[in-house]
Design a protein around this ligand. Structure first.
Ligand code: FAD
Ligand code: A2P
Length: 272
């Protein structure tokens, strides 16, 4: 090493489990997505989450749970993130640039995986806000289309701009050289807003209980023989959706006990 290189190495200590940022896109003042290099040894199931973060000022890693938004076959990893103004991690993470390093603990876990569901005809992805992230992975996962005849992505946000990451992702699937053909017309996208005018409006919960989404898409009401669901949103959302799915006769499952629906929190922190 030259003196300069030595000085640089000393000035920038190598992070444990470091991965390099390859792309950053800001969607709104509260939402951004980014891609990082993938550790060669990392294997995960589409829909799982990992711990990622940055080095804190105290020299200890500051880590948070993040759904991997990219599918298991992608050579990079993608994440879709909130920006919490005073959030310990995201107040800093929102400023990352291409070439920066983040910490990524290569231990994927989670319940929003195909193994946790019994076979069915239709698969419903039900999300609010950044709860879309695991489904951004699963919508790009071939197994999703091998296992189901129809896949319905319901995503609700307050405002139209907050739907844009998901909208562009769904749009891009048609022409995706790897899975475009598998997706075909199996994927039905049902985005709604609650606080800004949009062609379809209303909470996921209300559109399920009123039957509006079934009427709009020309589908029968949810039933345990045909329908499977994965749920990811705030705690309040998850609790309300779980009740509705149970009223339709579906049973909650887990990795160790596959059933008809599974639930995961998109974040911790808001009460019911
Ligand atoms: P924190 O101190 O962690 O959170 C501060 C407050 O901000 C929380 O109390 C909550 O009210 C609010 N908040 C936190 N995260 C969100 C969010 N995503 N949407 C709306 N409000 C939020 N976050 C993502 O952005 N993308 C993900 O893919 C993602 N996956 C997760 C998966 C799991 C299993 C869990 C448990 C959480 C996930 N989170 C995700 C949330 C994430 O772990 C952090 O909470 C988030 O990055 C904010 O970190 P922070 O340190 O800035 O603030
Ligand atoms: P609403 O605007 O009617 O509150 P938030 O930004 O508060 O996390 O909400 C994201 C989206 O999820 C909003 O469209 C919000 O609708 C909706 N939402 C919030 N709580 C629930 C819930 N308990 N059930 C269904 N939808 C919800």
């Amino acid at each position: 090493l030259t003196m300069d290189a030595k000085a640089q190495t000393a000035a920038k200590p190598h992070l444990p489990d470091a991965q390099t940022v390859t792309q950053v896109t800001h969607w709104t003042d509260r939402l951004f997505s980014f891609r990082v290099t993938r550790p060669q040894s990392l294997r995960f199931r589409s829909g799982e989450f990992v711990m990622i973060g940055l080095m804190g000022e105290n020299g200890k890693p500051l880590l948070r749970a993040y759904s991997i938004a990219s599918p298991a076959w992608d050579e990079e990893l993608e994440f879709y993130s909130i920006k919490v103004p005073d959030g310990p991690l995201t107040s800093k993470l929102q400023h990352i640039k291409v070439g920066d390093e983040i910490i990524l603990r290569p231990k994927p876990v989670g319940t929003l995986v195909h193994d946790a569901l019994l076979p069915g005809k239709r698969l419903w992805f039900l999300a609010t806000g950044t709860g879309l992230a695991p489904f951004a992975s699963l919508m790009r996962e071939p197994e999703t289309y091998e296992k189901y005849d129809q896949v319905i992505m319901m995503h609700t946000c307050r405002e139209v701009a907050e739907l844009e990451y998901g909208r562009q992702l769904v749009e891009s699937l048609k022409d995706d050289p790897l899975i475009g053909e598998m997706v075909g017309d199996k994927l039905r996208y049902y985005p709604t807003t609650t606080r800004e005018n949009f062609p379809h409006m209303g909470r996921v919960t209300d559109n399920l209980t009123s039957g509006k989404v079934f009427a709009d898409l020309g589908l029968p009401a949810m039933n345990p023989a045909e329908d499977r669901a994965m749920v990811c949103g705030s705690l309040a959302f998850n609790v309300d959706v779980k009740k509705i799915l149970e009223d339709f006769g579906l049973t909650e499952g887990a990795n160790s006990d596959p059933q008809q629906f599974v639930v995961e929190k998109a974040f911790v922190g808001d009460g019911i």
